[in-house]
Design a protein around this ligand. Structure first.
Ligand code: PLP
Length: 387
């Protein structure tokens, strides 16, 4: 019997260039937030088309900084989805605010804009929309609701670097941003990684200044600036901030990762098209599709399986055959850290719950070979046939 090698569900693409960049930062004598972070921020603004980018330690801290800078605080409400990684809602709770959940559109796994209006109360302070698994959410509808209601729209773009939406007849990168601010992640499950790391983008200079204060203890003059100055500068601390810095070692790695972005997006879109061709005829499998106005980076490729298919059995048989999969996105309101009273539902959440139990994420990463991908689709077809 031939023993198949394991196919993981995801894998970062890093090489000698990243190792060399980390070495350069380490030997430079400045390892925390400094010149490499500043350069990474500049290059990131160019990559997404934003005026400002502020690097932080993760997307979770980026979301916290965004909400805090926009004045979200104790007793406020923020409209979002339960159907997301838990960090989306946790960031709202860090501010003492309450997440108000609306259901998703099953076609995109993203917030259903038709349900957002009904979620507003006088306490609503912001909308936090997620580009789930890299698939752009309906920013045209959401920005118009946010404008009409005079609340900021925050984009959880953790997974969406390299994704794009059609905006007034042109393709725009996610992160310009289209809301007040977009937050990105550099966790290894995302397209670009710095180990851990995050980025906030905005076109509002005042907001960007708040982000910079909040990420570094509320310090008026950063240490890197004082270090480079030939006059003595005393800093002050006008607000209570956090230590959410990215290090220069991470930023040096991020700059190399950013150069790979076009190739990564192109390869993932190519592999996703191959999945679609191979899977769409399998009975019981619904393949994901992008809306006409969206171009996803396919951060994750999640199929939906028919109700008669047991998700866990399917995933176990795939694993037995050496293929890792993951179930659909979690639902925050089902977790013990979210007891009644810590959140509110503005609609039924049946589409969110259904998606968790019927979505299966298949292996997709830059280095996935067509041979291995064919093994995934062949095995999936065989497993479903034998269920
Ligand atoms: C990964 C992820 C986060 C958290 O990102 P970190 O950088 O790991 O903090 C937040 N929101 C969504 C939707 C994510 O997928």
């Amino acid at each position: 019997m031939t023993v198949n090698t394991m196919i993981p569900v995801a894998r970062p693409w890093m090489d000698e260039q990243e190792a060399e960049a980390a070495r350069r930062a380490i030997l430079s004598g400045w390892v925390t937030q400094g010149p490499e972070v500043a350069a990474f921020e500049r290059e990131f603004t160019e990559a997404v088309g934003a005026s400002h980018a502020c690097a932080v330690s993760s997307c979770t801290t980026a979301l916290h900084v965004a909400l805090a800078a926009l004045g979200v605080g104790l007793g406020d409400e923020v409209i979002t989805v339960s159907h997301s990684f838990i960090a989306t809602s946790n960031a709202i709770r860090y501010c003492g605010a309450t997440p108000v959940f609306v259901d998703i559109d099953p076609a995109t796994l993203n917030i259903d804009p038709a349900l957002v209006e009904a979620a507003f109360t006088p306490k609503t302070k912001a909308i936090l929309a997620v580009h789930q698994l890299g698939m752009p959410c309906d920013l045209v509808s959401l920005t118009s609701i946010a404008a009409r209601r005079h609340v900021p729209l925050i984009e959880d773009a953790a997974c969406a670097i390299g994704s794009a939406i059609e905006w007034e007849g042109e393709w725009h990168r996610i992160g310009r941003p289209h809301g007040a601010v977009a937050c990105f992640s550099f966790h290894p499950r995302k397209l670009l990684s710095t180990g851990d790391g995050g980025m906030l983008t905005t076109n509002d200079a005042q907001l960007d200044r708040s982000f910079r204060l909040l990420r570094q203890h509320g310090m008026s003059v950063p240490d890197a600036v004082r270090h480079a100055s030939d006059t003595v500068i005393f800093e002050s601390y006008p607000i209570v901030g956090y230590n959410y810095r990215m290090t220069d070692i991470q930023a040096a790695i991020g700059r190399e990762q950013l150069k790979r972005l076009p190739a990564i997006v192109a390869r993932r879109r190519e592999l996703a098209a191959r999945y679609q061709d191979a899977l769409q005829s399998i009975d019981g499998v619904i393949v994901p599709r992008e809306p006409r106005w969206a171009r996803t980076n396919w951060q994750s490729y999640a199929i939906r399986v028919g109700a008669w298919i047991n998700q866990q059995t399917l995933m176990q048989r795939m694993l037995d055959a050496g293929i890792a999969t993951r179930r659909g996105v979690m639902n925050v309101h089902k977790e013990p850290s979210y007891p009644a009273g810590t959140w509110r539902a503005a609609s039924g959440l049946t589409q969110s719950e259904d998606a968790q139990h019927t979505a299966v994420v298949l292996p997709l990463y830059h280095q996935l070979t067509e041979e291995d991908q064919d093994r995934v689709t062949r095995t999936l077809a065989a497993v479903i046939r034998d269920l």
